[in-house]
Design a protein around this ligand. Structure first.
Ligand code: HSE
Length: 306
């Protein structure tokens, strides 16, 4: 019994929403083949298009996420119903590891989503997110949910609380598009977290929660002007921006030709910009290309609806 899953790239830390707001892209997405077998254990057979994933399964987000689901599933089975269950996984990684658009999250979210279907849907979305977060803990050192939540629920998601886990799917405005540039430099999430300050100014906090509230209102009202005004991060971005070449130039040039605003995607190195409509989004992606083509950095760009 098998299933094929498409698992999307995601943008975490949606500007002011550090660790709490993320969204799922339509493109790129990983393809995952998952088979249930009577052979206990989890086996990753092949990973296509990725040389940089760890060989040790205990360091692989898909393996760890599925292992935590399987552990919970077995605890729930009654003694006389205990069956031998294992999974075989084949991963086609279209989302480059280390890109900042949720590559480890796509693997983790995709396998738990698929396994739940193969097992007859015993788990809720929030439980699947919890399993997938274990994969994130292995991949980045922190069990953050702002990539796995939108990967599993789709659209834009808000994490109101981590303890207890409380996640809401927000409204996605019809014409919201995303442009992404992925400079191919290494930024480890664990390093990008370590440089953050542990204390923040009250004045910054006030500005940030004003922006988060207004961003949510803007999404619901499909008020692109309000969304644009709210896409500002005064806490994390000023520190992480130094990790990304030409970050501020990208911001300025993309906004000049109509982007609503944007920021660092996840912990970087990718940068995202939101636009109203695909015409502007494609122009924004072209500007990203123009800013980066003179630099000595390889990069990739994407344009996607949400
Ligand atoms: N919220 C996480 C962080 C996202 O910025 O550390 C990582 O993709």
């Amino acid at each position: 019994k098998g299933i094929k899953i498409f698992s999307p790239a995601t943008v975490a830390n949606l500007a002011c929403g550090f660790d709490v707001i993320g969204l799922a892209l339509d493109f790129p997405k990983d393809e995952i083949f998952l088979y249930k077998s009577n052979n206990p254990g989890i086996r990753i057979h092949r990973i296509h298009r990725s040389s940089s994933l760890p060989n040790d399964p205990m360091k692989n987000s898909a393996f760890v996420a599925l292992q935590s689901l399987l552990k919970k599933y077995k605890q729930r089975q009654k003694f006389d119903e205990k069956e031998k269950i294992g999974f075989e996984i084949e991963l086609i990684k279209n989302i480059l590891p280390g890109s900042g658009i949720g590559s480890s999250a796509a693997s983790a979210a995709g396998v738990v989503y698929g396994a739940n279907i193969l097992l007859g849907n015993p788990f809720s979305a929030i439980q699947l997110i919890r399993f997938a977060m274990e994969g994130e803990r292995i991949a980045s050192g922190t069990a953050h949910a702002d990539n796995v939540a939108p990967a599993i629920m789709g659209g834009v998601t808000l994490i109101r609380s981590y303890k207890p886990l409380d996640i809401t799917k927000l409204h996605t405005p019809n014409k919201l598009w995303v442009s992404i540039i992925h400079p191919q430099i290494e930024v480890k999430t664990s390093d990008a977290r370590e440089i953050l300050k542990q204390k923040i100014l009250m004045t910054d906090a006030i500005r940030q929660w004003g922006n988060v509230g207004a961003l949510v209102a803007g999404l619901y009202r499909e008020d692109y002007e309000l969304i644009s005004r709210s896409l500002e991060d005064v806490i994390v971005e000023p520190i992480r921006a130094m990790l990304i070449p030409s970050f501020y130039e990208l911001q300025v040039r993309c906004k000049e030709i109509g982007a609503l605003g944007g920021g660092i995607s996840g912990s970087g190195p990718s940068v995202f910009m939101l636009s109203k409509g695909n015409y502007t989004a494609k122009k924004v992606t072209e500007v990203m290309n123009r800013v980066y083509s003179p630099l000595q950095v390889d990069y990739k760009t994407y344009t996607s609806p949400i």
